[in-house]
Design a protein around this ligand. Structure first.
Ligand code: AMP
Length: 144
């Protein structure tokens, strides 16, 4: 199973923020959209960083509530690991396990075209193994 297949099911919507957005706006977006991370994009639409719930926790631990008015580029991760449409679910699981993060933006031709979370990968894998089990049961029943 590839990233392209995962995106086909979940859609290509990516919630983004500008580097100057405040932590308050970031928290508002994550809460409103029920998501754990957003991609920070620069003026040319390039991926400038990623910000997740964990970064919010660190910001609050470091600065207390005054962090809420600070820009997100102060807390985001700048070295973003991305993936391609052709990467497999296994590739993604390895990338996430190695990097210890749960979100990977999908980039194609320099453009942000989606984002995959660990939840998306696990969901597809469960659906795949359910399908396989069903097919196997049908086969065994018919063979008998
Ligand atoms: P997460 O597990 O996605 O909540 O992220 C944990 C930490 O990794 C946070 O500091 C994120 O900013 C960072 N992070 C999340 N996704 C990525 C990614 N694709 N590449 C690099 N860092 C990331």
């Amino acid at each position: 199973m590839t990233v392209a297949v995962i995106l086909k099911h979940k859609g290509s919507q990516v919630e983004t923020l500008r580097p100057g957005a405040t932590l308050q706006q970031t928290v508002g977006l994550l809460a409103a959209k029920h998501i754990g991370a957003a991609v920070v994009v620069g003026a040319q639409g390039e991926v400038a960083g990623v910000v997740s719930e964990r970064d919010v926790v660190h910001a609050l631990a470091q600065h207390g509530s005054s962090a809420m008015n600070m820009p997100i580029d102060k807390f985001m991760t700048r070295e973003v690991v991305t993936c391609a449409m052709t990467d497999s679910a296994d590739d993604l699981m390895e990338i996430m396990t190695r990097g210890r993060f749960r979100h990977v933006p999908v980039v194609e031709g320099g453009r942000l075209v989606g984002i995959v979370s660990i939840g998306d990968v696990v969901k597809r894998r469960i659906e795949d193994s359910d399908l396989e089990r069903h097919a196997m049961r049908e086969y065994i029943t018919q063979a008998g």
